[in-house]
Design a protein around this ligand. Structure first.
Ligand code: AMP
Length: 359
């Protein structure tokens, strides 16, 4: 194996854990730089494997299969954070793993994540750990309503969350969340939502893209518009400074995403993801170097690319469920870039593709 700080030569193999659209777009960026990708995923035909050299079929909790996979490639990365950190931590002594297991573990638990952000000077919404109905009632007494109860682990796209209003019976909310270890957080009266996408290289250098204005529908990202203006432009520097501090503290390598609420009280941290992110898809055509390319550059020990905008304004629209059916119509728009993930059936709520419009 090459030393951990040496650049990986073109022709090397990148192992990606997870086989969804993020893995697909990472593989495409890796191919451009002369690398090939092996995908480790439990599904029969995950969409990343269309564009990768090999699909290794295995469960995320199969430590032995993960070990064999990790040892057969030159660097391991992941596009999905709900994988057990322990087996990867054990392997990290003799394989290259980026981002590291500490970052993965931290981002898997909403409570540890918020505590960590606070200890590095960030401000999440007021929160309380909740592991019983009694604790939920006490936490509601402290924080009041409206509030949101979120599972500590395995939440995404608004799943694993229950809104609690003044009239909600706490016992119903506790049953609805599945009586799982959770965090109760105050409802933030925000003006806009935005994200900070940061790339950090093995030499510690960082790059941050323009902060996109993220618009959600039913808890799922619908649009990202870059650059975010108004309150986002006012708060992106403070949010970016926090992101840099956290990335440094974690000795992070790769793309790290932070979601924020822009409110009167400043940027309120929502959550982080130790990976490329849907709110950075616009960077494929909308930035000089995309989040996918910079993630590949970082994990392979290469210098990072420029993250400046390539247009005055960029809009990314997710194609969710049936939105993807009008693919032909989307192609008729000037300066619009269509991306389809070849995921088969366009089930409601499923991310089937996205369109990036340059202005
Ligand atoms: P999450 O899965 O935590 O990113 O939440 C999904 C979406 O729910 C966010 O993007 C917000 O639109 C909304 N949301 C989550 N937490 C809060 C909060 N504390 N206050 C207001 N809205 C929230």
């Amino acid at each position: 194996m090459t030393s951990a700080s040496e650049p990986l030569a073109p022709g090397s193999t990148i192992g990606i854990i997870g086989g969804g659209q993020l893995g697909r777009m990472l593989s495409m960026a890796a191919a451009q730089l002369g690398y090939s990708c092996h995908i480790y995923a439990p599904e029969e035909a995950p969409c990343a494997t269309d564009v990768a050299a090999l699909h290794v079929h295995g469960d995320y909790d199969d430590a032995e299969a993960l070990r064999r996979f990790a040892e057969s490639v030159d660097v391991v990365t992941y596009e999905f954070e709900n994988i057990p950190a322990a087996p990867l931590r054990m392997l990290a002594a003799h394989i290259r793993l980026h981002p590291n297991a500490d970052a993965l573990e931290l981002a898997q638990d909403r409570l540890s994540e918020k505590d960590y952000i606070v200890s590095h000077g960030g401000s999440p919404a007021a929160y309380r750990a909740v592991s019983s109905l009694d604790e939920l009632e006490t936490a509601l007494g402290d924080l009041g309503t409206p509030a949101i109860l979120k599972t500590r682990r395995f939440g995404y796209d608004g799943k694993g969350q229950v809104r609690i209003m003044a009239e909600t019976d706490p016992a119903t909310a506790w049953a609805e969340i599945g009586e799982q270890p959770s965090v109760l957080e105050s409802f933030v009266d925000f003006e806009k939502e935005f994200s900070i996408l940061l790339a950090r290289a093995t030499d510690g250098s960082t790059r941050i893209w323009d902060a996109p204005d993220n618009r959600h529908a039913d808890g799922i990202l619908a649009q990202s518009i870059a650059p975010g203006t108004g309150i986002i432009a006012d708060q992106r520097v403070a949010a970016g400074d926090l992101a840099r501090t956290v990335a440094e503290a974690l000795d992070y390598v790769g793309v790290l995403t932070f979601e924020f609420f822009a409110s009167d009280e400043g940027p309120i941290f929502n959550e982080m993801a130790p990976r490329v992110h849907n709110s950075g898809h616009w960077t494929i055509e909308g930035a000089v170097t995309s989040q996918f390319e910079n993630h590949i550059r970082a994990v392979c020990g290469l210098p990072l690319g420029n993250t400046a905008l390539t247009a005055e304004r960029v809009e990314m629209h997710n194609l969710i469920g049936a939105d993807a059916n009008d693919w032909l119509g989307r192609l008729k728009k000037d300066r619009a870039h269509l991306h389809l993930y070849n995921k088969g059936e366009a089930r409601p709520g499923r991310k089937m593709g996205h369109v990036t419009q340059l202005f």
